[in-house]
Write a protein that binds this ligand. Structure first.
Ligand code: PLP
Length: 469
């Protein structure tokens, strides 16, 4: 294995070499001694609850290039987590680095109109899922954008109930937590009133053990009946992820979102597509909703949007955006929303997504990865199902294919640690393993990562620990 010296990593030539060579290079165990030392110092003061992959990996990162991360011990790791969808252009893309650097030297404070914000709004409008959805408001976190979408839906409809989905995740502020379709919200109540949760089309884990399409979307029918029984007749919005991320990169069948659109119409409610992860090409189309043609009234944007800079937003129509109090002066704004740095980073990111053909790349490389991973279902007794769209892929790890009982948390963690030991970062610490590398990843790098995953799965198959409850 080629060894890259730590100082050499900082040199220009080594940078260029790493951009070409997106491979793992290890010089110490992972995490190495410098990582462990920094983590120990950080643990003295940092609060618990960091993102799982950062916490469990134990690595401290020095720099990144495309799909490679260089830790403080000089190990070059392959990153298939990609900041859970934030890293659209990969690490340190020159377009984003240049845009932020130039903008920081000019102006970084204030909500005034700037050239980058005009460019950004025009670029987003050019790609809107439909022409009318061109009205943009900007924020800095996904949860903040979701809260704004909820406030807007209430302003526009005069109603207050909100429908979300089993397995759904929309952030950790109070309104967003109230939408959460999992038990992770227990202990933080009382949550916002007026919330309803109905089943998502998670076909591998169908709660009725049916099969699509012969099920006739029974999950939507159950949702319809549930709302009839539970709603107070004041539903403002349905909020749905076109592919569920936190649930495990779960792609529903194409007729699911149109059926939810119909259900929203039956209630005179708006449809919010939470495109936080799926937007900007992640699924191989510009928007997650593009696969089904279901038209939302509000779209939430984030993660990939800023190429690493905290930039989020919502898109809607003129008619909806006019609704007060959301539309009052300072009614939909925030201190950092649309700030010059974020706008510059976003405009540069969207330009690169277009000029580098990254939507097509996500579709092509993602399809190749999916084909390779599908073979895992036959090759490994603990791989129950592989799915997802574009570069948003999920693997269901099970300890029994017949019952579909999920792999235990400790077995998943062993797979995560073994991948890390071999230099591959994936979200394999949960039994629904998630992969979402940068949209810039090339076929060879994707194949390198999958080859490492194969080595890890061969090791797990031989060991047999995956059977443990
Ligand atoms: C679909 C979806 N919506 C909203 C959010 C919240 O975004 P943030 O963590 O930036 O608040 C996330 C975060 O993972 C998400 O996946």
């Amino acid at each position: 294995m080629q060894v890259i010296e730590h100082d050499q990593v900082r040199s220009r030539d080594a940078h260029r070499a790493l951009w070409r060579d997106q491979r793992v290079h290890l010089r110490t165990a992972v995490p190495g001694p410098r990582s462990r030392e920094l983590r120990e110092r950080e643990d003295e003061h940092i609060a618990p609850g960091l993102q799982g992959y950062a916490l469990l990996s134990g690595v401290a990162i020095e720099s990144g290039f495309g799909s490679s991360l260089v830790d403080v011990d000089g190990n070059v790791l392959l990153d298939f987590i990609g900041g859970i969808g934030v890293g659209s252009l990969g690490h340190s893309h020159p377009a984003v680095v240049g845009a932020i650097t130039r903008q920081a030297a000019r102006l970084s404070v204030g909500a005034f109109t700037t050239q980058p914000r005009v460019d950004l709004a025009e670029r987003v409008a050019d790609h809107a899922p439909r022409r009318e959805l061109h009205r943009l408001q900007l924020y800095t976190s996904g949860a903040e954008a979701v809260e704004s979408a909820l406030r807007l839906a209430k302003s526009a409809t005069g109603k207050h109930e909100v429908v979300s989905f089993w397995g759904g995740f929309h952030g950790k502020t109070l309104g967003a937590m109230s939408l959460l379709g999992s038990s992770a919200k227990s202990g933080v109540g009382p949550l916002a009133p007026g919330g309803h949760q109905i089943p998502y089309a998670d076909c591998y884990r169908c709660p009725m053990s049916l099969r699509h399409p012969s099920c006739g979307l029974a999950c939507v029918e159950i949702g319809r009946k549930q709302l009839k029984a539970a709603s107070g007749g004041s539903i403002a919005a349905f909020i749905v992820e076109p592919v569920q991320g936190t649930a495990g990169n779960v792609a529903p069948p194409d007729d699911f979102l149109p059926a939810i659109r119909d259900l929203a119409n039956e209630h005179g409610a708006l449809l919010i597509a939470d495109e936080m992860i799926t937007g900007f090409g992640r699924t191989g189309r510009y928007w997650g909703v593009d696969h089904s043609g279901a038209m939302p009234d509000i779209v939430t944007l984030g993660k990939a949007f800023g190429g690493g800079f905290p930039l989020t937003g919502i898109l809607t129509t003129d008619a909806i955006a006019r609704a007060a109090p959301w539309s009052n002066a300072s009614g939909s704004s925030s201190s950092y929303g649309g700030n010059p740095l974020g706008a510059a980073a976003g405009a540069a990111t969207l330009a690169a997504i277009d000029s580098e053909g990254l939507v097509e790349n996500a579709g092509r490389v993602g399809a190749a990865m999916l084909r390779e991973l599908e073979a895992f279902v036959d090759d490994y007794p603990f791989v129950g199902h592989v799915g997802g769209r574009g570069l948003m892929l999920g693997i269901d790890l099970v300890r029994d294919k017949a019952t579909r009982a999920p792999l235990s948390a400790s077995s998943s963690l062993r797979i995560f640690k073994e991948s890390l030991r071999r230099g591959l970062l994936t979200m394999s610490y949960a039994p629904r393993l998630r992969l979402q590398p940068a949209l810039t990843i090339d076929s060879a790098t994707a194949a390198n990562g999958i080859a490492i995953l194969r080595e890890v799965f061969d090791w797990a198959k031989a060991d047999g620990f995956w059977r443990d409850a």
